[in-house]
Design a protein around this ligand. Structure first.
Ligand SMILES: O=P(O)(O)OC[C@H]1O[C@H](OP(=O)(O)OP(=O)(O)O)[C@H](O)[C@@H]1O
Ligand SMILES: O=c1cc[nH]c(=O)[nH]1
Ligand SMILES: [Mg+2]
Length: 208
């Protein structure tokens, strides 16, 4: 499994504020959007380009524009929604899918309550978005669902990953590239990432 760590200073600076427990929902959402946007710059580095010629006011210019497969952003609800908002600013024509999952607090297994994907998902470059990769159960479930719909080459983008989650994805979906801004120490006894940032969904929406 390929892991891409986005350790750019701007990403790390914003992540520091995101982790801080005194950061409220408004700033949390803005920071998470900005980090996702900066990470997408790296995650989309291998998008295909084709040559064109455009007329500048001075002369023809050979330019390169995006070509190849169209894009799909798939958010794991709820927390993945903020990443969609950031990345859509860069690629506004991407189609957006939603997979609704919550972790059962006892078993920590994902429970699916919703799924709506672009019908041509198998023909698109897919970026699966969730800020937190903890046990990896939610991301692994979502990757299975996407693959069952015919998606290939899906990239998983997470702000913070635990080693346990990365191992799980490597085991279940070894062909998947995971793009992360930080790899933390471990999970605690409740399945939260240490030091992490707490419950991403609750911090985004102020539900705790
Ligand atoms: O790797 P895992 O162990 O599966 O944990 C990660 C999942 O937990 C969080 O979602 P949560 O279940 O809190 O749902 P929410 O986004 O609605 O709050 C997070 O956004 C991930 O989807
Ligand atoms: O640390 C964690 C683990 C799972 N989900 C979160 O939102 N945070
Ligand atoms: Mg949550």
């Amino acid at each position: 499994m390929k892991i891409t760590l986005v350790d750019h200073p701007l990403v790390q600076h914003k992540l520091a504020h995101l982790r801080d427990k005194s950061t409220g929902p408004k700033d949390f959402r803005e920071l998470a959007e900005e980090i996702a946007m900066l990470m997408a710059y790296e995650a989309m580095r291998d998008l295909e380009l084709e040559e064109r010629v455009v007329e500048t006011p001075v002369a023809p210019a050979r330019v390169r524009v995006l070509s190849g497969k169209k894009l799909a952003l798939v958010a794991i609800l709820r927390a993945g929604l903020v990443m969609v908002e950031g990345i859509l600013k860069l690629v506004p024509h991407a189609r957006v899918g939603h997979i609704g999952l919550y972790r059962d607090p006892e078993s920590l297994s994902p429970v699916q309550y919703y799924a709506k994907l672009p019908p041509d998902i198998a023909e698109r470059r897919v970026f699966l978005l969730d800020p937190m990769l903890a046990t990896g159960g939610s991301a692994s479930h979502a990757l299975r669902l996407l693959k069952d719909k015919g998606a290939t080459g899906v990239k998983l983008m997470c702000l913070i990953a635990a080693p346990e989650g990365l191992e799980r994805i490597g085991r279940d979906h070894p062909e998947t590239e995971v793009v992360v801004a930080a790899i933390d120490e471990r999970l605690n006894e409740h399945g939260y990432i240490v030091p992490g940032l707490g419950d991403a969904g609750d911090r985004i929406y102020g539900t705790k």
